[in-house]
Design a binder for this molecule. Structure first.
Ligand code: ATP
Length: 330
C-alpha cells in the first residue's frame, strides 16, 4: 500500500447515516531522528530527521560525499552515530539490533564477496547469518527472478560486474526483509540488466516492500520514487513528493534560434538568460507566470527574427542542480 493511501479513509457509519472521516497516520518503515555523525572534523551528517513510510518507493539523493552511505551504514548497524536515533519497522538499530536488521535488506554500493563461493553458496551463507536454513526454494525463486538460475553453481569470481550486482540484491533479500535499501544499485550495469533489475524491484514494491533508493541516475529516481529527500553536506535540504519537488523547479527553459547573431535583448530578460551564443538564446521561464507568446512578441519587437523555438520542462536533475549548486558530478 502506498503511503498516501494510508492518509485518510472515509468510513460510512450506517447507524447514524454519517460519513466519518477516519484519518489514519501512515506507518513508518524507517525513522531517522536528529542523527549527527562526524568523521574527525568533517560533519558527515548534521541533525538529520525524516520518516519513510511503509510501502513507499523513497529516493535518497545527494551529491558525492553528501552523507547518504553514512546514513545507510548507520541504518544497517555498521556504524554508530554520535547523536540521534534510527529505527526500522519500529526497532531501534542499536537497542533492538537483531529485529531491526531482520527487517532490513541492504544492497551495498561496493561489491564485496568471497570469490571462492558459488552464487548459491553465497546466498546460503548469507541466510545462515540470519539463522535461516532450508530456504532453497526461496533462493531458487530469487535466482530465477534475477536471471541468475544458470549461474547458481558458478564461482563469484567468474561473474561479470552486473551479475555480481544481481547477487547483491538476492543476498539482501534472503531473509525476506520488509525494507530494501539499494545504494547505487545500477552503477556500471548495462541497460538490459538495469531494466530487468527494476522490473524485479518494482514487483517487490507492488507486493508491499518499502524501497529506499540512492542513485546518481536522477532520471531513475524521477521515474521510480514517490517521495524524495535530498541531502547536501550532511544536511537535509529537501524532503517532498516527486511532484512537489519538480514543481520547485523554476519552470522550464525556452530555446530560441534566430536567423542572425543575437545582439539586442530586451533589458527585462537579461537576468534570466542562461545561454547566449551566436544566434541561439536560452532563458528560464517562470512557472505559471510567463507567457511564451508574450516573450516571443517582445523579442521580435527588439528586432529579432525568430527561426526556431522549443520549450523543455524542468527535470529532477535541473531541480537537483539548483538546490545543491552541483554541476554535473552528482
Ligand atoms: N570512514 C570515514 N572516515 C572519514 N571520512 C569519511 C568516512 N566515510 C565517509 N567519510 C566522509 O564523509 C562524507 C560523507 O560520505 P558518504 O560516503 O556518506 O557520502 P555519500 O553521499 O554516500 O557519497 P557518494 O555519493 O559519493 O557515495 C564524505 O566527505 C566522505 O569523504
Amino acid at each position: 500500500m502506498r503511503a498516501n493511501q494510508w492518509l485518510a479513509r472515509v468510513v460510512f457509519n450506517s447507524s447514524s447515516n454519517e460519513v466519518v472521516n477516519n484519518v489514519t497516520a501512515p506507518k513508518t518503515a524507517i525513522t531517522v531522528d536528529g542523527v549527527s555523525k562526524r568523521y574527525g572534523r568533517l560533519q558527515a551528517l548534521d541533525n538529520v530527521s525524516f520518516d519513510i513510510y511503509q510501502g513507499e518507493f523513497f529516493g535518497l539523493l545527494g551529491p558525492n560525499g553528501a552523507g547518504k552511505s553514512t546514513l545507510i551504514s548507520a541504518l544497517a548497524g555498521l556504524l554508530r552515530v554520535d547523536q540521534g536515533q534510527l529505527s526500522i519497522m519500529g526497532a531501534d538499530v542499536v537497542k533492538d539490533y537483531r529485529r531491526a536488521r531482520q527487517n532490513l535488506g541492504v544492497v551495498p554500493q561496493e561489491i564485496v564477496m568471497d570469490p571462492f563461493f558459488t552464487v548459491r553458496e553465497t546466498l546460503e551463507f548469507q541466510s545462515g547469518y540470519f539463522g535461516i536454513r532450508n530456504n532453497g526454494q526461496w533462493i531458487d525463486e530469487l535466482l530465477d527472478q534475477l536471471n541468475l538460475a544458470d549461474k547458481a553453481d558458478t564461482n563469484m569470481r567468474k561473474l561479470s560486474g552486473g551479475m555480481k550486482r544481481r547477487v547483491l540484491i538476492a543476498q539482501a533479500l534472503v531473509h525476506k526483509p520488509q525494507v530494501l535499501v539499494l545504494d547505487e544499485p545500477t552503477a556500471g550495469v548495462d541497460v538490459e540488466l538495469r531494466q530487468s533489475m527494476w522490473r524485479f524491484v518494482r514487483r517487490l514494491h507492488r507486493e508491499g516492500h518499502t524501497i529506499v533508493l540512492t542513485t546518481h541516475y536522477l532520471e531513475e529516481a524521477e521515474e521510480l520514487c514517490d517521495r524524495i529527500a535530498i541531502i547536501n553536506q550532511g544536511q537535509m535540504i529537501a524532503l517532498e513528493s516527486k511532484e512537489d519537488l519538480l514543481a520547485r523547479g523554476l519552470g522550464s527553459t525556452l530555446h530560441v534560434r534566430a536567423t542572425h547573431p543575437i545582439d539586442a535583448i530586451p533589458k527585462e530578460f537579461k537576468a534570466r538568460i542562461t545561454k547566449l551564443e551566436g544566434n541561439v538564446l536560452e532563458m528560464t521561464l517562470k512557472r505559471d507566470v510567463d507567457s511564451v507568446m508574450d516573450i516571443l512578441d517582445r523579442l521580435r519587437a527588439a528586432s529579432m527574427k525568430i527561426d526556431f523555438v522549443s520549450v523543455v520542462n524542468d527535470k529532477l536533475e535541473d531541480v537537483f542542480v539548483r538546490l545543491t549548486g552541483n554541476q554535473g558530478d552528482n
